[in-house]
Design a protein around this ligand. Structure first.
Ligand code: NI
Length: 185
């Protein structure tokens, strides 16, 4: 995690009850702004998940590329709308809106499972690639979506990996990585 990072997953994790993991979005959510008027199948969720042991496996661009391709493959499968992501050396931040019947847990299970399989196979690596848990919370307003998307895109700059957010190849700030965020903002 980078200096000044506000993620709470580094603090040892919140009690499970504080999260909304696996819970279905309310049928009539009270959303602010334009979100209220869209036929959005579920809340966007901000999710952080860490590499097991905080190993910096995504320092290797080939590994980051495998995870990137898995994220887009799952999106194309219709599991979720993708608002933003960033692949950092030892963790992933992503904002996604699961499409029913998918839940945020199922989406993350797919992303983590497929990427783990592909990276382990490519690198002759064994064992669990990701920490078992992830942290998530629902973004129930336009402002929260905007704040988290900006935060995600700024991660590589804060970490000193690039000087411009759009120069980082493994986030939706890069022009080569499309997102569905305009449906929400
Ligand atoms: Ni981070």
């Amino acid at each position: 995690m980078v200096l000044g990072d506000i993620d709470v997953d580094d603090s040892g994790g919140l009690p499970a009850a504080a999260g909304v993991r696996g819970s279905a979005a309310p049928r009539r959510p009270h959303l602010e702004g334009r979100l209220h008027h869209l036929d959005v199948p579920g809340y966007p969720y901000f999710v952080t998940t860490n590499v097991a042991g905080r190993a910096r496996i995504f320092d290797l661009p080939a590994n980051a590329e495998l995870l990137r391709s898995v994220i887009y493959w799952c999106r194309e499968q219709g599991r979720f709308l993708l608002l933003a992501f960033v692949i950092m050396p030892d963790h992933l931040h992503i904002v996604l809106a699961p499409k029913r019947p998918y839940t945020v847990s199922r989406c993350m299970h797919a992303i983590k499972g497929y990427s783990s399989y592909k990276i382990n196979r490519a690198t002759a690596r064994r064992g669990q690639l990701w920490q078992e848990n992830f942290f998530d919370y629902a973004l129930d307003s336009e402002e929260k979506v905007r704040t988290r998307v900006n935060y995600i895109h700024e991660n590589p700059v804060r970490a000193g990996l690039v000087s411009e957010i759009s120069a980082y190849p493994f986030s939706t700030a890069h022009p080569g990585n499309p997102s569905d965020v305009t449906l929400f903002l």
